[in-house]
Write a protein that binds this ligand. Structure first.
Ligand code: NAD
Ligand code: TYD
Length: 355
């Protein structure tokens, strides 16, 4: 039984990691989260009363509170997921991305280093700092058949991916210069339950159910490599417990799909699972609307996940077909969760972004 300090555990992927650790292992978890618009404790309602789970509302930019949390909790492993994560918001206002993703990661590294140095030899040797990052740091694979490997040079396109690339560089520098035992993972696009409906897949599902437009940026031919979030959560726990210090592991599902095909798949699933449509809708696919493209839009991402498969034996359990059906069914069932997150701030974002 180990103590995990997870940052961003009230977000989409962080909450899947916390649920996995509490439901499927004997480990303990301290979840540190600022609870921005993207953080939602309702995503943790099934684990919050478990004695192995604790939550502290802390901003990773607040050094004093972070230090205190490390000192009192005494973690064995740190899994750092807290971040601003939405590309469109980073274009609208990059400032929070610089603060949380770069300065916040710097704080995490410094607090972890100070804490790690005073551990006894055995615990210091076993300590790990796992930084969770994205394949978007590698940039755009437009016009090639290439896959991102761990050796692909960084070439980020958006303020979001540039801020994540910066944080990855800081983590590598802290490992090389100070010997902090870090590991980095770079993962492709996730989808699944508890996904905030500003991102493509949950936006399309929830808009379709309300008879609203399904906005496709540009020509809809951009390609993403989709991974079911619970497969990602399992991979992350494998990496932090079994991965090699100083290594990077790419994580992906070999599910390259054009955006328009993802949206059409969701529409046909809804035809089957929710034939009872809003009054204005004859067919869900009629709601598809091509809108102005995202500035700097990356055309293609695709991951070579052979290293994590060969070294750690991890493989995804869901295909895109099984995962997307589970996801659509989840959104049909959990209308309480969707209503909760769609109130307030979400409405302002949608009005601004899709005006
Ligand atoms: P998310 O936006 O759903 O959740 C982020 C969480 O971090 C929220 O709970 C939020 O409240 C918290 N947070 C934000 N700023 C904070 C701060 N200053 N202090 C403490 N907590 C703060 O993000 P996600 O999709 O779950 O992504 C988690 C991590 O995985 C991110 O680092 C992201 O870059 C990375 N990632 C995401 C994807 C994806 O497809 N979503 C893919 C690869 C990697
Ligand atoms: P998104 O879910 O924001 O993830 P990311 O930008 O990190 O890949 O977007 C996935 C793809 O869908 C991306 O190519 C942008 C596109 N997209 C749309 O076409 N319409 C939308 O309303 C959104 C949010 C995204």
């Amino acid at each position: 039984m180990k103590k995990f300090l997870v940052t961003g555990g009230a977000g989409f992927i962080g909450s899947a990691v916390v649920r996995h650790l509490i439901n499927d292992t004997d480990h303990r978890v301290l979840n540190i989260d600022k609870l921005t618009y993207a953080g939602n404790l309702a995503s943790l309602s099934y684990v919050e009363s478990n004695a192995r789970y604790e939550f502290k509302q802390i901003d990773i930019c607040d050094l004093v509170s972070l230090k205190l949390a490390f000192e009192t909790y005494q973690p064995d492993y740190v899994m750092h997921l807290a971040a601003e994560s939405h590309v469109d918001r980073s274009i609208d206002g990059p400032s929070e991305f610089i603060q949380t993703n770069i300065v916040g990661t710097y704080n995490m590294l410094e607090v972890a280093r100070e804490y790690w140095l005073q551990l006894d030899e055995k615990r210091r040797g076993a300590f790990r700092f796992h930084h969770i990052s994205t394949d978007e740091v590698y940039g755009d694979l437009e016009g090639t058949e290439d896959l991102f490997t761990e050796e692909t040079p960084y070439s980020p396109s958006s303020p979001y991916s540039a801020s994540k690339a910066s944080s990855d560089h800081l983590v590598r520098a802290w490992q090389r210069t100070f010997g902090l035992p870090t590991i980095i993972t770079n993962c492709s696009n996730n989808y699944g339950p508890y996904h905030f409906p500003e991102k493509l897949i949950p936006l399309v599902i929830t808009n379709a159910l309300e008879g609203k437009e399904l906005p496709i940026y540009g020509n809809g031919m951009q390609i993403r490599d989709w991974l079911y979030v619970e497969d990602h959560a399992r991979a992350l726990v494998e990496v932090v417990t079994k991965g090699e210090i100083g290594e990077t592991y790419n994580i992906g599902g070999h599910n390259e799909k054009a955006n328009i095909d993802v949206v059409k798949t969701i529409c046909s699933l809804l035809e089957k699972l929710q034939p009872n449509k809003p009054e204005n809708v004859k067919s869900y696919a009629d709601l598809i609307a091509y809108v102005k493209d995202r500035p700097g839009h990356d055309v293609r991402y695709a991951i070579d996940a052979s290293k994590i498969q060969n070294d750690l034996g991890w493989t995804p359990q869901e295909t895109f077909e099984s995962g997307i059906e589970k996801t659509v069914k989840w959104y049909l069932e959990r209308t309480d969760w969707v209503e909760g997150v769609k109130s307030g701030e979400y409405k302002n974002w949608v009005a601004k972004q899709y005006k």
